[in-house]
Design a protein around this ligand. Structure first.
Ligand code: ADP
Ligand code: MG
Length: 359
């Protein structure tokens, strides 16, 4: 469906300096593929999607869509935009139109459909994204997740052959990520061709036929989710997909600011969409920190989250001593901890001892 040959993009900034964001992109996308584009920020993922859609024309190379070079002079941009829909992080709905009008607008204006036909189709699409009952409200009364589902319905109304998604869930409150991902899952299951820039690693692993890992202006690695996530060939891919999110607290004695720690744990859990583990994490800290700091020792507490495995853990680490405090061994105390976590792992470290609680 799409073939990209030696695509490049250089931005010439007003200060005279230039920045080559896409260096040499080569890829082929078949009909029905769901490709997730992952990689650190600033590596050109959005630039690549905008190049596909001619929102930001590349400076070199070619993009063949159904055999035609869309970068050739005179290629009709409106025809391309019809075939290739795009969903943005920021929804971009028309605020002065109702939800229904938003979805009907382009089919009437661009495809010259009758109002009746466009309305009927719009309602079917709104039903598909679970928002039929919101047809007559204005976008301002919708939640972020609902707005994004309307944006997807609006995109589908043009009957595109491929949809480009640029971080469709990054602007959403974590509680709303799931509803948008589930609409996207449904589209993938129906065979829609999709290119998705995302930070949702589990989603990318579950729905994609292929993953592009972008790094330094290239598609650094292109493979099945199994290859990219479980057997990456390149070290940059490996360190990106296996990265662990963490927040560290140095607890020094009794005057430690617990409230600040709890606030930061809260924020951490919200950020990585693990709000369900927040209360347990805080409760466990309240139980373990006093035990560890009884003798006034310095303690390092760390909350970690692996995006790929979904594993969340709390580490309590102390230097100098190669034993856990005796209370940790106490039967009743262990029982209390185990009622809040899945497992307790105790192990010596190079400089001391660590108790890891798996949430
Ligand atoms: P990603 O989506 O992977 O985070 P982007 O494609 O948005 O990365 O951006 C890649 C690089 O290109 C960044 O360094 C960014 O600052 C730069 N860039 C993006 N858009 C422009 C622009 N319009 N002018 C100049 N530089 C830009
Ligand atoms: Mg981006």
């Amino acid at each position: 469906m799409i073939t990209v040959n030696h695509l490049s993009k250089t931005y010439h900034n007003p200060d005279g300096r230039s920045l080559t964001v896409l260096k040499d992109i080569n890829c082929t996308i078949e009909k029905g593929e769901v490709i997730s584009i992952i990689g650190p920020s600033g590596t050109g993922k959005s630039t690549l999607l905008r190049a596909f859609n001619l929102l930001d024309p590349p400076t070199g190379g070619e993009i063949l869509f159904d055999g035609e070079n869309i970068l050739a002079k005179g290629y009709p941009v409106h025809k391309l935009r019809q075939k290739m829909g795009m969903v943005f992080q920021s929804f971009n709905l028309f605020e002065h139109m109702t939800v229904l009008e938003n979805v009907m607008y382009a089919p009437v204006k661009i495809l010259q459909k009758s109002k009746e036909e466009a309305q009927e189709e719009a309602i079917t699409l709104l039903r598909k994204v679970g928002l039929a009952e919101k047809a007559d409200v204005y976008p301002s009364s919708l939640s972020g997740g609902q707005k994004q589902r309307v944006a997807i319905a609006r995109c589908l109304a043009m009957r595109p052959q491929v949809i480009l998604f640029d971080e469709p869930t990054s602007a959403l409150d974590p509680t709303m990520v799931g509803e948008v991902l589930s609409v996207m899952r449904q589209l993938a299951a129906e065979g829609m061709t999709m290119l998705i820039v995302t930070h949702e690693m589990k989603f990318a692993r579950d729905v994609s036929t292929r993953i592009f890992f972008m790094y330094d202006g290239y598609i650094h690695e292109d493979g099945t989710p199994d290859q990219i996530f479980n057997h990456p060939k390149h070290s940059a891919t490996k360190s990106f997909v296996q990265r662990i999110r963490k927040e560290v607290f140095e607890v020094d004695g009794k005057d430690f600011d617990f409230l600040d720690m709890e606030t930061r744990i809260n924020r951490f859990c919200l950020k990585y969409n693990i709000a369900g583990r927040m209360e347990k994490a805080i409760e466990l800290c309240r139980l373990v920190v006093p035990v560890y700091t009884e003798t006034g020792d310095q303690l390092t507490v760390r909350i970690t989250y692996s995006e790929l495995s979904g594993e969340t853990a709390l580490d309590f680490m102390r230097e100098g001593d190669n034993q856990a405090p005796s209370s940790i061994k106490d039967h009743e105390f262990r029982g209390k901890l185990l009622s809040l976590c899945k497992n307790i792992i105790e192990e010596p470290t190079t400089r001391g001892f660590r108790v890891k609680l798996l949430l």
